[in-house]
Design a protein around this ligand. Sequence first.
Ligand code: HAM
Length: 424
Amino acid sequence: MSRVAGVKGMNDLLPPDSAAWEHLESIVRSLCHRYGYRELRTPVLEDTALFVRSVGEATDIVGKEMYTFEDKAGRSLSLRPEGTAPAARAYIEHAVANREPVTRWFYMGPMFRYERMKTGRYRQFHQLGLEGYGAEEPAVEVEQMELVVELLRGLGLRDITLHINSLGDEACRPAFQASLVGYLRDHRESLCADCQVRLEKNPLRVLDCKNPGCQQVAAGAPSILDALCPDCEAHFAEVQRKLTLLEIPFKVDARIMRGLDYYTRTTFEFIAADPVLGTASTVGGGGRYDRLIKQLGGPQTPAVGLALGLERLVLLMEAGGSAHVKAPDLFVVTAEPVAADPAFTWVSRLRRAGVAVEFDPRGGSLKSQLKRADKSGATWALVLGGAELESGQAALKPLRGGEPEPVRLDDLAEVLRAKRTRTG
Ligand code: HAM
């Protein structure tokens, strides 16, 4: 029979590789707690119109990359390509603004984009997202950037630079956009085919196109930072002052346009220098979107957020040589068939007492069980036969070097817990 394969661009995650993810997720959860961000979970499917109205019809994400289909009742649904629009929908639908003036949410989960695959770019990928609602003060974007800096530090990742920019707002962006379009039209022949279309539909995106010809044109283009209105300029200056106050290094980079339509004012990206990511070097990005909640039918609510690509972080963790293993404390070996039931009972007692214990349910020879104990990565092995069960004494055999230690079976859980605390 022919086999059915997994969907292209959507990866399985198997042990032991899942250990790095667990490590990453546990650091994320504790950091979000420290910074006051509470977890939001929304469905992976949404009404297609939500993304069209927020991310924007002319963006690559909505125009080319969404998984969209009709359900049995003929509604157009899409697998979420990102988490900001679903979070905004939930914020409005549950009238969260009436409950609290400032809201801080985080989410972790799969997103879906039909993209050309390469290292660090998949069709199902995972994001950590942060969204903050209700405050227009730059303190919110700065605290989110700081949380990311702390996360990267906790993961031992260096050489990731924070690039910041401002896209202005409805007061200053239209005039800038008009002057940009004028400039780009004069250089139309030097732009790639995609950018010739973008020039009319989404001109800001031409400025962060990776094509060398477009980059050359972008280098001579007018800068948004020269066109900011006084309010946007003051906001951007305050973002920089606060970053400096917290001693967070950053680079002002007028090319950080982002690929989504909802941004106003501050935008930013974290870009990794490690070549392991190739051209997928942006580990995360975000910005302010002070108009989106209203645009989706909610009350006027300032908002700012970001998302990090978790696959990209894991690739960097692996390239940096950080290994994460989840191994049992103890592997119980049954020396003879008569010991099978008592050994099974000991395994259960130890597990209930908080010790991570494995054993081979198939039994087998002593040699083969010890081999499996070694392969399991366990710290200790315990051989149980008739003699041990009768005397209540056994030998705790270290599997990573060292001498066996005698131990009373009744003390085993406590001894192992104490050893685990000592070795950290
Ligand atoms: P984004 O820049 O589209 O922003 O995605 C954020 C991050 O998700 C990227 O920097 C990248 O690390 C990762 N990512 C994106 N596409 C893929 C892919 N195909 N494969 C692997 N990783 C990928 C947003 O999604 C916004 N919602 C961020 C935001 C939140 N803005 C405000 N709040």
